[in-house]
Design a protein around this ligand. Structure first.
Ligand code: CTP
Ligand code: MG
Length: 429
């Protein structure tokens, strides 16, 4: 019987265990040598002696430096050290967090008798019995602390059989769909404009599928995948209709969808959490009120499960609702999510009461094309390999798709002004 240990394919993995638990053996078996950063190796590198405890401070400085540089590149990094004490663990987790990557832990909690026997038989290292006893005590405390420390994954192996049966499975972060090569049709903020969306999909060559009541519940293209930049809902005439269609497409594998700030607010509202019913949320809730409870539940789990961004096409394409700066591509954290949903804002509001946004795209120097929505204007304009496809359909503009990799724009005019924003749509500048 194998035991599968899921670990993040990008991020930090802490091995935890006393001396002699088999951490280095485990690391050598499951990871490539360059993926493993060992405190003993670092000690040897700075002092020529793996066992020179006086070199510990230098060794950990080196270890942190290597971990920092690897995580900055988004590489899987396994720390082979006892990791029995909270402060060193916290320091390592801080580095992972700085790079917006998750941390997981694998604990080797083997029977004390076995540890003592192995330790006495070791030829590479002499460890006193009382050192082992103290470490075994520290491990008990560490096990309680690890539970509180919120790891992406925490695996505890308690017997040599469990250790032998372990198989590591590296799981890509949810945002990483670089395996999908497209071609894609990236569709801007729909905001409940169901008729325009149906027309746009038709123009893009998708074949709409309808249920017994004539409602669009899917759309398929033989060669292409649609990617929605989020803000499916609010302000427009038929947010449920848009959700029904997009949820069907996503379920059928005909579309991907990232979360917009409006889906985020809808999730809060549907969970009964206090949120202002402004910016069209009240209309959406009213429209959803006419739907079945089962449909509302599906909407909630769909919206709550949306990813904040996708990395597609081997890393050549990134889609996020409000765009994403390069250091956040393929990363996962609260900061990444906030940027992807809201962009970089100054915290101030303009004369219309709307947040003042920082022009991240003007500073963008990344290789990946970033396609996003969130900022409505009357047209689209490439800015340093980034494109905003929100052309304000709900405000009487148009609904826009970018064909990727062709870089063709396909758009459909709004049937009418569905929501008066109090100021006109302006061209991008
Ligand atoms: N060992 C073993 N069977 C295993 C794993 C390890 O007999 N399944 C033995 C190794 O051969 C070694 C000793 O146990 O002699 C310690 O294993 P190691 O992987 O080096 O343990 P670590 O946890 O890395 O110990 P340290 O913290 O001292 O580096
Ligand atoms: Mg070791």
């Amino acid at each position: 019987m194998t035991r599968v240990l899921d670990l993040p394919a990008a991020g930090l993995v802490l091995l935890v265990g006393v001396s002699g638990a088999g951490k280095s053996t485990f690391a050598a078996r499951h990871f490539r040598p360059t993926q493993v950063v060992s405190s003993d190796r670092c000690r040897a590198m700075v002092s020529d002696d793996e066992n020179d405890q006086s070199a510990t401070a230098d060794a950990f400085e080196l270890l942190h430096s290597v971990v920092d540089r690897r995580l900055r590149r988004g590489l899987l990094t396994v720390v082979d050290a006892t990791n029995l004490h909270p402060h060193p663990r916290q320091e390592l987790r801080r580095i992972a967090k700085k790079h917006c990557l998750p941390t997981a832990a694998v604990v080797l909690d083997l029977p004390a008798d076995l540890i003592r026997e192995r330790t006495r038989n070791r030829s590479d290292r002499v460890i006193d019995d009382d050192v082992t006893a103290r470490q075994l005590h520290d491990l008990r405390r560490a096990l309680r602390q690890l539970d509180q420390e919120k790891y992406r994954a925490l695996h505890v192996l308690r017997t040599p059989e469990e250790v032998d049966a372990a198989v590591v499975r590296l799981v890509p972060l949810r945002c990483d769909r670089s395996d999908l090569r497209g071609p894609f049709d990236i569709i801007g903020d729909v905001h409940g404009c169901r008729a325009e969306l149906e027309e746009l999909l038709h123009r893009l060559g998708y074949r709409l599928r309808r249920d017994g009541q004539g409602r669009a519940v899917g759309a398929h293209h033989p060669d292409r995948t649609a990617v929605f930049v989020g803000d499916l809902v609010d302000r427009g005439p038929d947010s449920p209709g848009v959700l029904r269609l997009v949820m069907g497409m996503v379920a059928d594998g005909d579309a991907l969808c990232v979360m917009g700030n409006h889906e985020n607010r809808l999730v809060r509202a549907l969970r009964g959490r206090a949120t202002r019913l402004s910016y069209g949320l009240q209309e959406t809730l009213d429209q959803l009120g006419a739907e079945t409870e089962e449909f509302r539940d599906r909407v909630l789990s769909f919206c709550a499960g949306l990813v904040d961004h996708y990395v597609l096409d081997g890393g050549n394409l990134v889609v996020a609702h409000a765009g994403l700066k390069e250091e956040y591509h393929g990363r996962s954290s609260g900061r990444v999510r906030a940027f992807a949903l809201y962009g970089e804002t100054t915290g101030e509001v303009d004369d219309y009461g709307l947040p003042v946004r920082l022009p991240w795209a003007r500073d963008y120097r990344g290789r990946a094309v970033v396609v996003h929505g969130h900022v409505p204007a009357s047209d689209t304009m490439w800015v340093n390999n980034t494109l905003c496809v929100d052309t304000g359909c709900v405000f009487g503009g148009k609904l826009t798709a970018l064909r990727y990799p062709e870089r063709e724009i396909v758009d459909v005019p709004a049937e009418r002004v569905w929501y008066d924003r109090g100021r006109p749509l302006e061209p991008r500048s």
